[in-house]
Write a protein that binds this ligand. Structure first.
Ligand SMILES: CC(C)(COP(=O)(O)OP(=O)(O)OC[C@H]1O[C@@H](n2cnc3c(N)ncnc32)[C@H](O)[C@@H]1OP(=O)(O)O)[C@@H](O)C(=O)NCCC(=O)NCCS
Length: 207
């Protein structure tokens, strides 16, 4: 990825936009919540200063073109309700990984599927990916439902791959191919989404 600034991606109810310093309280609320962090690749944040540091790391990485990192924000008040990232982009192989989380208060409303469709459109059209991968703890039922709803196919299980807070976790590996995404007509274009040129851009089990 080489874009120092990412486009704003607009859906029906949410948009993907660049993280801002003003989002640090929401970033902290999200990544300090044990419910959100149960299957993440790192333990919950303990201090707001860690969220400030995380914000600075993510912002630097986006501006350096290392990954795409968006806040998922509500259209009506621009409040950050989650995060979504495309990372581990291997240009030569046209593949990357996707990561996502919503603050717990916003689970169960379809916001994640809407936000990920925007990110998938970007991944397959703008980045021209051939393959997008998702890594989910096999016990993370909500995450697996989300991936499968979007057409991701489970390809295998990598055993004991993460050490988080004293627990060893497996990875269920999912992937979506560009041709399957196109064929399934699950593009957010069908949901009246738009891409504009405003600026904006986390991480999976990987913030
Ligand atoms: C993974 C995660 C983002 C999924 O969030 P979610 O709220 O379940 O996903 P969605 O926003 O797509 O909502 C889908 C649910 O909302 C319901 N829903 C309600 N209104 C809806 C609407 N208008 N449109 C679509 N779905 C709607 C759906 O029926 C669905 O429920 P179901 O899963 O019980 O069938 C969330 O569980 C999370 O943040 N987990 C912690 C972080 C994490 O583990 N990330 C993955 C690391 S790999």
């Amino acid at each position: 990825m080489t874009n120092a600034e990412l486009p704003l991606l607009g859906g029906a109810r949410v948009q993907l936009r660049m993280l801002r310093a003003a989002d640090v309280p929401q970033l902290y609320a999200q990544f300090s919540d044990p419910k959100v962090m149960r299957y993440w690749s790192r333990p919950p944040l303990m201090r707001i200063e860690e969220a400030q540091t995380l914000f600075e790391e993510l912002d630097r990485g986006v501006r350096a073109g290392e990954f795409a990192q968006w806040a998922i924000a509500r259209h009506n008040d621009d409040l950050m309700i989650g995060s979504c990232a495309l990372f581990a982009h291997q240009k030569a192989h046209r593949r990357a990984e996707i990561g996502y989380a919503l603050a717990h208060a916003y689970w169960g409303h379809g916001y994640a599927v809407e936000a990920l469709r925007l990110a998938l459109d970007y991944a397959f059209s703008v980045l021209d990916l051939h393959r997008l991968e998702g890594d989910s703890d096999p016990r993370n039922a909500a995450s697996i439902r989300l991936l499968e709803r979007l057409g991701f196919v489970r390809e295998g299980l990598l055993r004991e791959r993460w050490h988080v807070g004293g627990e060893i976790q497996d990875s269920a590996i999912y992937a979506l191919l560009a041709r399957d995404y196109a064929a399934a007509s699950i593009s957010s274009a069908a949901n009246s989404s738009t891409v504009n040129s405003s600026t904006a851009a986390e991480s999976a089990r990987h913030a």
